[in-house]
Design a protein around this ligand. Structure first.
Ligand code: ZN
Length: 256
């Protein structure tokens, strides 16, 4: 098995150095492309050049955010292989659907598909032996934006039950100690959860007010992303019966 990265040319506050496009080779020339990224001729050409002389079998996407999926259909067409994902999204229409428990064969390799919602509803991770392609479920060097916190935590805890030696994320470098990183992700989310609750107790009633308190030290360019995560925290706090929404403002419920 051989794994290669081609970095997409889309650096930015939300994408770090850019999206990691991964090429997985079974060692005998059968390959799949994972997360080709945004539509970009130069990046498509770089991928095509790297695949020359090999046997492409599919283009997979971990989720349909626009920094991961839109190049999948045009690239798959050029390669004459299916675009594979959990479902359609902006700029992406899968030719072949996979879901939790599906297996994608690449020559002599089997990719096991795990549905890992939370960062995005349609998020998938791909496990090959003891390595995992994690998309934006777990990334290198920072935490991720969360849309549905309850599902996200459940998806993280699922990884805690697996033997994984190395992760290849959608952004940032390879993750060499996955167990430690996933444990940190869970702890970080739980800590943020308490910080969001504390902000509400201290009088912050809207997503914007909570972001200002909890993310005071964070680059303001990231505040729109932080707002989505804060919203996810508030929704879960409400589900847990720890806050209530009144006239559009979050209010704490005193513990009884
Ligand atoms: Zn994403």
């Amino acid at each position: 098995m051989r794994i290669e990265r081609i970095l997409a040319n889309n650096p930015g506050p939300y994408t770090g150095a850019g999206t990691n496009t991964w090429i997985l080779d079974d060692g005998k020339g059968s390959v799949v492309v994972i997360d080709p990224g945004p539509v970009d001729r130069a990046h498509a050409d770089a991928i095509l050049a790297r695949l020359e002389g090999r046997r492409p079998e599919g283009v997979l996407v971990t989720h349909t955010h626009t920094d991961h999926a839109p190049l999948a259909n045009p690239l798959a067409r050029e390669l004459g292989v299916p675009a594979i994902g959990h479902g359609p999204g902006p700029g992406f229409e899968p030719d072949s659907l996979v879901t939790d428990g599906s297996v994608v064969s690449v020559g002599g390799l089997d990719l096991k598909v795990l549905h890992t919602p939370g960062h995005a509803d349609d998020h998938l991770c791909f496990l090959v032996g003891r390595v995992m392609f994690t998309g934006d479920h777990v990334i290198g060097g920072s935490s991720v934006m969360v849309d549905d916190l309850g599902r996200y935590l459940a998806s993280l805890r699922r990884l805690q039950g697996l033997e994984i030696d190395r992760m290849y994320p959608g952004h940032g470098g390879e993750i060499e100690r996955p167990a430690e990183v996933v444990d940190w992700y869970v702890a970080h989310r739980m800590q943020r959860h308490e910080e969001v609750l504390a902000a509400v107790v201290a009088g912050a009633g809207t997503v914007g007010e909570v972001v200002e308190r909890v993310y005071a030290g964070v680059d303001p360019a990231l505040h729109p992303l932080a707002a989505r995560s804060v919203n996810a925290h508030l929704m879960l706090l409400a589900e847990e019966g720890r806050i209530v929404f009144q006239e559009g403002r979050a209010l704490p419920i005193p513990a009884s």
